[in-house]
Design a protein around this ligand. Structure first.
Ligand code: CTP
Ligand code: MG
Length: 181
C-alpha cells in the first residue's frame, strides 16, 4: 500500500512539478494576452502566464530526467524500466499534459463564470491529472500503460486532491497564492 502510494507520487512528479514551479515563477504576460472570449470573459485569465508555462515545462522535464538518473543509481525500476528515450517521451507528455490540463481547467472555469483563483472543487485538483493522463495514454502507449497500471491510476486519483490541497495551503502560507486553493 505504501509502496503503491510512493510509486504513484514518484511517477506523477513530472505532472505535479510544473504547476508548483508555475506558482513560484509565474507572473508577467498572460498566455491569453489579456484577450476575451466571445462570452466577454477572459479566455484563460491572469493566472496562466508564459513565465509559469515555460518555467513549469523546464522544471517538470528536469525533475523527470533527474528521477531517471536517481532510479538507475539506486536500482529502483519505474521510469528506468523503459529505455531513456521512451522514459523521456512519457515524461514530456506528462509535463505538457499537466500544463495543458491546467489551462483547460482555467478555460472551463472562465466559461462557467468563475473568476481567477476561485475554487472549483475536483476541477482544480484533477484538471492537470486529466491532462497528463490524456496526453500520456494518447501519445505514449504502450509505455505509459506499462508504468501507469490500473492500481497506480486509481491511487493517483485518490491521493492527488489531498496532496494538492496540502501544497496549495503551503503556497498560500508562504505568500505565493492569494487564496489557499
Ligand atoms: N501560474 C502561471 N502560469 C501557469 C500556471 C500557473 O503563472 N501556466 C501561476 C499563477 O500565478 C497562478 C498560480 O500559478 O495564479 C496558481 O495556479 P492556479 O491555481 O492554476 O491558478 P489560479 O490563479 O487559481 O487561476 P485559475 O482560476 O485560472 O485556476
Ligand atoms: Mg487555482
Amino acid at each position: 500500500m505504501l509502496t503503491l502510494v510512493l510509486s504513484a507520487i514518484w511517477l506523477m512528479l513530472p505532472a505535479y512539478i510544473p504547476n508548483n514551479v508555475a506558482v513560484l515563477v509565474g507572473g508577467g504576460l498572460p498566455i491569453d494576452m489579456g484577450r476575451h472570449f466571445i462570452d466577454g470573459r477572459r479566455i484563460l485569465g491572469d493566472g496562466k502566464t508564459f513565465r509559469g508555462f515555460f518555467g513549469g515545462l523546464a522544471g517538470g522535464i528536469a525533475v523527470g530526467a533527474l528521477e531517471y538518473i536517481v532510479e538507475v543509481s539506486t536500482g529502483i525500476s519505474l521510469f528506468s524500466s523503459l529505455s531513456y528515450y521512451h522514459a523521456i517521451r512519457v515524461i514530456v507528455l506528462l509535463v505538457f499534459g499537466s500544463l495543458a490540463g491546467d489551462m483547460a481547467g482555467s478555460f472551463i472555469k472562465r466559461r462557467i463564470g468563475r473568476e481567477r483563483g476561485s475554487p472549483v472543487p475536483l476541477l482544480d485538483q484533477l484538471d492537470f491529472v486529466g491532462g497528463a493522463f490524456a496526453f500520456g495514454f494518447a501519445f505514449g502507449s504502450p509505455y505509459m500503460g506499462s508504468l501507469f497500471t490500473k492500481e497506480i491510476v486509481v491511487t493517483v486519483l485518490v491521493i492527488t486532491p489531498i496532496l494538492h490541497i496540502l501544497v496549495n495551503y503551503i503556497a498560500y502560507k508562504i505568500g505565493r497564492k492569494n487564496v489557499p486553493w
